[in-house]
Design a protein around this ligand. Structure first.
Ligand SMILES: [Zn+2]
Length: 157
């Protein structure tokens, strides 16, 4: 069974990018923790670079945090969650609890499915369709990017 990457990509948010309120810092914030495990086929370095970019854009006011968690809808401190580490604009904001349960879903799928069930919406949501087995979003994006490039090349010839 193949995973519907396009559906997931279409359901993720698209944050507006605002004009900076302050001049973005030239140096990216430092990652002070151990390397991350791969997620959705993205490497630790890709995940950390996305975190650095996200921090910089938030600090400069270029992306604005919503007030509520994208899953539970509660007003809590929020952080970025990435399904696609190549596009910060698509990152939902989650509270710590939802974020932890989401990342632990391969080990504890029941806890995750229970959370999703509790926050089921009338409209399709990205979190209702994320897989309980690991997927390779990075590989999918590389594959479609190569296809796009070769299509472009054939048009130019
Ligand atoms: Zn939450």
């Amino acid at each position: 069974m193949s995973y519907d990457y396009e559906l997931l990509l279409s359901l993720l948010p698209r944050h507006k990018i605002y004009w900076p309120k302050t001049t973005p810092k030239v140096a990216l914030p430092q990652w002070r923790w151990p390397p991350l495990k791969p997620y959705n086929g993205f490497t630790s370095d890709e995940r950390i670079m996305n975190w650095q970019l996200g921090r910089m854009l938030l600090d400069a006011g270029m992306i604005r945090k919503p007030k509520t968690c994208d899953i539970c809808g509660e007003v809590k401190p929020l952080g970025f969650h990435s399904e696609n580490y190549h596009c910060i604009r698509m990152d939902p904001f989650l509270c710590k609890d939802c974020h932890r349960i989401l990342h632990q879903r391969f080990r504890y799928p029941d806890k995750w499915l229970e959370l999703v069930d509790r926050h089921q919406q009338m409209v399709p949501t990205w979190y209702a369709i994320i897989s309980v087995v690991p997927i390779d979003m990075a590989g999918y994006l590389k594959m479609i990017s190569k296809r796009g490039y070769s299509n472009q090349k054939s048009v130019q010839q």
